[in-house]
Design a protein around this ligand. Structure first.
Ligand SMILES: [Ca+2]
Ligand SMILES: [Ca+2]
Length: 101
């Protein structure tokens, strides 16, 4: 095999590896880029009716945090969280984090 072929194969391999890793990270929701509130909301809204209720929130780490803050997120106290409410909460959290740095 000459050098050119090896280089080409290395590039193909690297690209393949990178895209595969990226796809896996996407599935696990562990991308380096923070997930968009829309994406998180979609995952939370199990029956896709556009609102997230306490019952829909999964019993995992993120879910536990979500439940703790549920009443804070649900600003109109309707008992469910709309995407708008979630986004507002998400943005305020982001600002908080930024001001702490
Ligand atoms: Ca729902
Ligand atoms: Ca609400």
């Amino acid at each position: 095999m000459n050098k050119k072929v090896i280089t080409a194969l290395t590039i193909v391999g690297t690209v393949f590896f990178t895209t595969t890793t990226f796809a896996q990270d996407r599935q696990r929701g562990e991308r380096r880029e923070p997930p968009k509130p829309e994406e998180i909301f979609k995952k939370l809204d199990a029956d896709e009716n556009g609102v997230v209720t306490k019952e829909e929130i999964k019993d995992d780490r993120m879910g536990a945090r979500m439940l703790e803050q549920f009443d804070t997120i649900d600003t109109d106290e309707s008992g469910d969280v709309t995407l708008e409410e979630f986004k507002t909460f998400f943005e305020s959290r982001k600002k908080e984090r930024r001001s702490r740095d």
